[in-house]
Design a protein around this ligand. Structure first.
Ligand code: SF4
Length: 355
């Protein structure tokens, strides 16, 4: 496309998406209405960290719980990491929660509780990558930053029929997003594009009939919307095996704190057999006893592998354990333990099996 017609197309797209957002912005607890006062940077940061790899629907209630319990970044910094991890339970990707706490401490202690405004400074914060830095700079501070999340990637790839497969195609998508991002209110524009991707330009069955940029859309013109963005060929996901241990005496079960580093690090969980992303567990129980094993009670999908979990059960009147980090947790209050989803699934299976 000639440079002039490319910029004319970019201007139209920018204007149409911006105008559409004024009346169609999704109302989300961390947002302010289009064109109005900029939102609280603490809220923007918190929501953007929660939204990494997670849907808006899943994040809303966690965002509300966190901001009710820790209304400011200083209050979050003063919380115990274990409490933050427990409040995060169920959202997944737990390294985010550890970095969230670390970042709150950093902003409070080193930056007087004030988030930096520039993308380059935001990038230095723990847990803040290129996407998140751009999103916070644009949304919380109105800086002109180029924001590209998965929704925007799909929308822009279709508008310009960018056919280089991901991840290589990301560079062309970013260039196109740069061309359509306006100088003013770049945060509103980014959120407008996110909304378009989430509600109109969806991965399956996009609603092109109500799309404000249908006339400018190259994929629509070619009648080939769902081919974009072009995905790389699928890799086979390995399957790993793990064994969890249910040790129960007098209405309480044994929980352990996972090692601070590695998957689900620092979280409370059922004792297990040391499974990891790259290997199966050893299946050996932590103590001697009369174990009953239930095979493959839970299947869980991680980004790079699937996990099949067996549950070994040992119930007795009196059980001796010798590890300092073990906790006997009352079963009638197990929902408060803040177990990661994977372990919560195993607990649910066991409690259901008993009824
Ligand atoms: Fe997406 Fe269809 Fe709009 Fe193109 S016309 S941007 S494919 S919704």
């Amino acid at each position: 496309m000639a440079v002039d017609s490319f910029s004319a197309k970019a201007r139209k797209i920018s204007a149409n998406i911006g105008a559409h957002y004024v009346d169609n912005a999704r109302k989300l607890p961390w947002r302010t209405p289009p064109g109005g006062k900029l939102p609280n940077p603490y809220h923007v940061w918190l929501s953007e960290i929660m939204l990494q790899q997670t849907t808006v629907g899943a994040v809303k209630s966690y965002f509300e719980t966190f901001t009710r319990r820790w209304p400011t970044v200083q209050q979050l910094a003063a919380a115990k990491e274990a409490d933050v991890l427990a409040a995060w339970a169920g959202l997944g990707y737990y390294a985010r929660a550890r970095n969230l706490h670390k970042c709150a401490v950093h902003v409070t202690e080193k930056l007087d509780g004030i988030f930096p405004q520039k993308e380059s400074e935001l990038l230095k914060l723990p847990g803040v990558g290129a996407y998140t830095a751009a999103a916070i700079a644009a949304i919380a501070f109105g800086e002109r930053a180029v924001v590209v999340d998965a929704n925007i990637e799909r929308l822009v790839a279709r508008l310009f029929a960018i056919d280089t497969p991901l991840p290589k195609g990301k560079a062309a998508i970013r260039t196109a997003m740069d061309a359509i991002t306006p100088a003013e209110r770049a945060g509103d524009f980014a959120q407008a594009c996110m909304d378009m991707g989430a509600t109109i330009c969806t991965s399956k069955n996009p609603k092109c009939d109500i799309c404000p940029v249908q006339e400018q859309c190259a994929a629509f013109a070619a009648g080939d919307m769902e081919s974009y963005p072009v995905k790389p060929p699928k890799k086979h996901k390995p399957v790993r095996r793990a064994r969890f241990f249910w040790v129960e005496q007098q209405g309480r079960i044994l929980l352990a704190t996972r090692p601070p580093k590695g998957m689900l690090g620092g979280m409370r969980a059922l004792p297990d057999d040391g499974w990891a992303a790259g290997r199966d567990g050893h299946a050996n129980p932590p103590i001697a006893g009369q174990w009953r094993v239930h095979d493959n009670i839970v299947q869980h999908s991680f980004t790079h592998f699937s996990l099949e979990v067996d549950l070994a059960v040992y119930q007795d009147e009196k059980i001796a354990t010798n590890k300092d980090d073990n906790i006997w947790w009352p079963l009638d209050n197990i929902a408060e333990a803040g177990l990661p989803t994977l372990y919560a699934k195993a607990v649910k299976w066991k409690l259901k099996e008993e009824t």
